[in-house]
Design a protein around this ligand. Sequence first.
Ligand code: SAM
Ligand code: SF4
Length: 450
Amino acid sequence: MTKRVFIKTYGCQMNVYDSARMAELVAPIGYAPSETATGADLVILNTCHIREKAAEKVFSELGGIRRLKDAMEKRGERMIVAVAGCVAQAEGAEIMRRAPFVDMVFGPQSYHRLPEMVARATRAAGTGILETSFPAEAKFDYLPEPASKSNVSALLTIQEGCDKFCTFCVVPYTRGAEFSRPAAQVIAEARQLVAGGAREITVLGQNVNAYHGEAPDSGEWGLGELLRALTRIPGLQRLRYTTSHPRDVDDALIAAHRDLTQLMPFLHLPVQSGSDRVLAAMNRRHSADDYRRTVQKLREARPDLAFSSDFIVGYPGESDLDFRATLDLVAEIGFAQAYSFKYSPRPATPASAEKQLPEPVKNERLGALQGLLRKQQRAFNDAAVGTTMSVLFERPGRHAGQLVGRSPWLHPVHADAGPERIGEVVLVRIVGVRSNSLTGVVDGVRVAAQ
Ligand code: SAM
Ligand code: SF4
């Protein structure tokens, strides 16, 4: 009898990728995906630890899962409950202590052992399994091939971990040291994704442009070389990458933006702050002017490149003047979109030991920054109206006869088109703007180039 697995994913796209791999790992041992935890034989919470209350959210979710597990046990059935991801890595022992009904807790570096852990948990109910070491073997060597059918827009992790140790960030502690997959392995996975129907691939890494993987012949490739090689895969129409660090934007990557039409003109390049004092305190190891220069070089290479970013406001010691410098940088660069967060002290990170700014100050600054960023995003979206852009249709829209796709600049675009056009890149004339998306009309005459 087929068993069912429910996986709930929190946080970043790397977790989305990991969850998909987990589903593929348990498929051969008889688990089919389930849309709900109710009645599932295996429930996995794939967690994120980047900002506060992450662990509390997990414990509250576990409360509900426990009730479902108890109900199943009353019917003589078994539910295996697993907590995975970065909260598991950081707080594994605490989860086992506070939620003893959890059968297994494993970090992002151990999930390739999932089938073996499930077998152990099935044999020995009530003995918790904790796997939060950073094992010596490379996880990616043990992952199955991607499923035969891929999403039109697929994710592919090429790099993991981080050695940069920004003072606010838990990633180096939860994901471990920086690691790049060999280029041949990445290319093989990309080919399989395209064979399964992917037309766009976003390559992922905590610091994706720190990529330095073994080259297929000898030596090493950076991200620029890898992207160049990926564009040679027939059928792969679009490439993106995220998340990049301003310090690791090198000439080869800039040249890739200049030369590769498949590389989409939208770049998420987190800056965090516009103040050199705060950037130094954060250990970002670049200045606001370094960031300006990098953006300028990239814009020279690819004039239609639009930028997105991450910002932290209320970092310990951030003065009004420092915050002003962030607003100035935003006004100067002009972002198509951005994420902004109040600084949140993370356990064991250096900044968490510093004196914290009062909450009202953080709130006020976040409000001001988000107001400015919203205005820029609106202007960016408004400017799309009346233009014609290529859209990769990904799935049916909410209304019958409608599809949703993405523009080169990541705008979601809704347009009337038949389902046979899913997976096609189509020229669409933009006629309207909604709060977070565009509406358009398919241009039936011309064929899109990218
Ligand atoms: N590696 C990327 C970089 O260096 O820019 C970002 C990785 S992190 C997963 C995503 C974003 O979460 C960061 O860019 C930062 O803005 C935010 N973030 C990380 N730690 C945070 C904290 N302690 N408080 C608030 N925001 C945080
Ligand atoms: Fe975290 Fe990014 Fe800094 Fe690494 S570079 S420590 S992932 S914010």
